[in-house]
Design a protein around this ligand. Sequence first.
Ligand code: ADP
Ligand code: MG
Ligand code: ZN
Length: 474
Amino acid sequence: MFETVIGLEVHVQLNTKTKLFCSCPTSFNHKQNTNTCPTCLALPGALPVLNKEVLHKAIMLGTAIDATINRTSFFDRKSYFYPDSPSAFQITQLYTPIVEHGKLEIDFEDASHKIIRINRAHIEADAGKNIHDGDISKVDLNRAGTPLLEIVSEPDMRSAEEAILYLKKLHSIIRYLDIGDANMQEGSFRVDVNVSIRPKGDTKLYTRVEIKNINSFKFIQKAIELEVARQIEAWEDGVYSEEICQETRLFDQTKQETRSMRGKEEAADYRYFPEPDLLKAVVTDEMMEIYSKIPELPDEKRDRFVKEYGMNEYNAGVLTATVEMARFFETMMLEGISAKNAITWLTVELQGRLKGEINITNSPVDALKLGQLVKRIEDNTISGKAAKEVLDRLMEENLDIDGVIDALGLRQVSDTGALEAICDTIIAANPDKVAEYKGGKDKLFGFFVGQVMKESKGSGNPQAINEILKAKLG
Ligand code: ADP
Ligand code: MG
Ligand code: ZN
């Protein structure tokens, strides 16, 4: 009876070498207030100069989401006082952003898709950081002036699930493009969620509540669910118009509730006006040509995997969901192994052994090594069962694969001479079974294979054993 309406604003910290309007480095592990200069400290007389690398990354994003790139965009001042912003304004792009009218496709589990429109992506400067230390508060301006790209969706999402799918896709695209590290815990991918409800069938937008800076997908999902429940309850209790107002709320993860932080400002409160110290940002034909070259994106890669390797959409989706996963798989494939084996050994065997903080980006067994291991199965050096033992050992220590195979005595005997000798021994030791088999008891074949396998201590290549026994038993 109610429909949820969600629009998302995502602040992505761009991984440029230097800040947006000065040449201070953007790295954060420095002593407080050392990556600063008159411009990012907002000292009187210091003038900002736009960093072209920021335009480059914004255009890459714009290209990836099929957006219009405005060849001329402008900067505006958003005025507000806050201790971590010494200029008392933020430089942003309100009226003409660099990127407008994009879209992004989200994929549901049942393989259906939906387009989420993106209203705009604009460039803006980050603030510094307030550090609260007992009853003293300090300001660190190392981050002040770091470039952000704020990506604003249309209110097109209809459930928490859709919002999460959108965010994960956007996150993945940013990592594929390598325009930011998009680390949610460290604040380089910050999400503001706008939520409202309306009676199903109604097309008008109702009052939205904004929930700010939630730092994990799980919490975003929870915050939306709680907020929707709060709004529906107010509606059903007949107090919607009194209780639901346009405001900014916080998600409290320990109390599991959203809580009012402040009333929502109107644009007019910020006294926006065109930034007088900066020129307009012009994208030339030449810049456009260079900056709009982007690497293969997750959806294209997924479709290519389906075609090229004949895998199903589900597996292709899993392998391309993150750029790290896709790279891992593609590196394994350099060993010339089958995609089917690569998928199993990556998603089942390796991932099944990764725990806690260890994931494929810091896995003790890297992609080339895992590819080699699969190769050893495919060229019959070891059995699949033996490969699991080898992998266990490699997870503990970074050793040479062949060394481990030999040390564990797992090399398969495909040497027919040696296997034939074992087969002869087994046949000679079991004359009654041989007679029964020859008399028509086909099932006994398995018995002979098992005996030979046992005698070879599991190292016999099963295919070779089968062939030899068939020949010898007739
Ligand atoms: P502000 O910067 O003031 O938050 P923006 O226009 O930049 O405003 O962002 C508004 C965000 O809220 C957009 O993502 C938009 O899709 C979303 N939004 C607007 N109206 C609603 C609504 N009624 N319900 C849910 N989301 C909304
Ligand atoms: Mg907002
Ligand atoms: Zn600076």
